[in-house]
Design a protein around this ligand. Structure first.
Ligand code: LLP
Length: 434
């Protein structure tokens, strides 16, 4: 799992740092990121493109985990990022992220967000729908600027994943529908407008995908579409953005390809298809989120109470839960857990790990085989680096956890733990006339 190892003391270590020391120093629940693994992933993606001799751009889908230090890490690694809100844009700006390397997504970008992006000099805007073509054009006119854009296409492909994280199917809120001809209609609209500089097309078929054939079907649809556009106006796309979605290993049962191997297959496939059509090969862009950070992240919890129901279930409660990881409750996501102080001890009990939130659905992991546990022991849950902290909430007025980066035996706090004072800092007292 990620890069967890057992150290000389017999404890779980991440990035050369003992997880028990991390828990002691920073408290729990705690998100720990092994930044070396993130860098390795980026390098592996780059190498695939270099080997295929194809122009490319890698943008990190920052919705998976966004924080100032994360944008800085990504910038240092020399890749771009994609953002989906004014808040992510603001955070990237605070981090000093190069705005030319930012791609702006979203099915309902507000006028204020688009103006913010134009003023910031965001490199690429992915246009999602007809209203946005007009809105963007108007706002560019107001600012006397132009913008490089991609058109988001909904190719009508159903990737095999949880319904809530499927995005490319026909009945979707995202993008221009391909089958009904909306995509081509959008292309013709954009070609009429001088301020919109069309780089090419985008599609993202879903997330946590394990098979390459969904990507291949999407690529086929996009290549066909580009062939039609070429025939109509001579248009040659400079960019084909195939989104993210590469699956990762959450539990021992998951067997995804290495993330870069999805990309390898996709690139070879697009090269073949473009050549078949006699079209110029565009640059391939990808925007992985989960595969970049999920396995690099581990959550550390402190074990508290238990409730044993003989013959039914043993509940073991930890000091976090659905507020720091909503994925089990929302997507029936599965995780494994390890006792950080004794990761290799023989299991002697089967427990269901639950959180401290006031909801029966606050279950983090069913049927975990663990050695004997005591209150105060540290439990490690790997592969929580994507859509964990990013989707955290203050439900039940629990403060959100801290986040640390670890590498080469040292740790750095990159997001502080929320305080109770933080929890009320936006609250106002009740006016007397209420
Ligand atoms: N590009 C676009 C346009 C996207 O919508 C997404 C994810 C990505 C890239 C990155 O996909 P990834 O490589 O991370 O699979 N909260 C859900 C996942 C939602 C994904 C939304 N879009 C979860 O926890 O599983």
């Amino acid at each position: 799992y990620g890069t967890m190892v057992t150290n000389a003391a017999g404890h779980l270590a991440i990035g050369g740092v003992d997880t028990l020391d991390l828990a002691k120093e920073y408290g729990t629940p705690l998100f720990v990121y092994d930044t070396a693994l993130i860098k390795q992933r980026i390098q592996a993606f780059k190498e695939v493109f270099e080997a295929a001799h194809v122009a490319y751009k890698i943008t990190y889908a920052s919705k998976a985990f966004a924080a100032v230090a994360m944008y800085q890490l990504i910038a240092k690694a020399g890749i771009g990022c994609d953002i989906v809100s004014g808040g992510e844009l603001y955070t990237a700006q605070q981090a000093g992220f190069p705005m030319a390397e930012v791609t702006f997504h979203g099915n309902n970008k507000t006028a204020a967000e688009i103006e913010q992006a134009i003023a910031a000099g965001v490199g690429t805007i992915v246009v999602d729908n007809f209203s946005e073509i007009e809105l963007l054009d108007d706002l560019l006119a107001k600012a006397n600027k132009t913008a490089a854009i991609l058109l988001r296409i909904s190719p009508g492909i159903s990737a095999h994943t949880h319904e809530y994280i499927m995005t490319g199917q026909e009945d979707s809120k995202f993008g221009f529908d391909l089958k009904s001809g909306q995509a081509t209609q959008a292309f013709l609209e954009v070609e009429k407008r001088d301020r919109l500089h069309l780089l090419g097309i985008h599609c993202h078929i879903g997330s946590q995908i394990f098979e390459t054939n969904g990507f291949e079907m999407a690529a086929e649809a996009l290549v066909q579409l580009l062939a039609q556009w070429h025939q109509k106006t001579g248009f040659d796309a400079q960019v084909m953005n195939l989104g993210g979605g590469f699956g990762v290993r959450y539990t021992a049962d998951d067997q995804p390809l290495a993330p870069q191997d999805y990309v390898k297959d996709i690139v070879a496939d697009v090269q073949g298809k473009m050549a078949e059509q006699g079209l110029k090969m565009p640059a391939i862009w990808i925007e992985p989120g989960r595969s970049m950070v999920a396995e690099a992240g581990t959550t550390l919890y402190t074990i508290g109470t238990r409730k044993d129901l003989p013959g039914i279930r043993n509940y073991l409660a930890v000091d976090g839960g659905m507020g720091d990881n909503i994925r089990p409750a929302l997507y029936q996501a599965k995780y494994d857990t390890f006792l950080a102080g004794q990761p290799e001890a023989e299991p002697t009990q089967k427990v269901t790990v639950v959180g401290k939130y006031c909801e029966s659905g606050d279950i983090l992991a069913y049927d975990q085989q663990l050695p004997a546990t005591q209150p105060g022991d540290i439990l490690a849950m790997p592969t929580t680096g994507a859509y964990g902290y990013a989707m955290a909430s203050n439900y039940n007025r629990n403060p959100r956890p801290a986040v640390v980066f670890v590498e080469n035996g040292h740790a750095a706090l990159v997001v502080k733990r929320e305080s109770y004072a933080n929890l009320v800092q936006l609250d106002q007292t009740l006016p007397e006339n209420f």
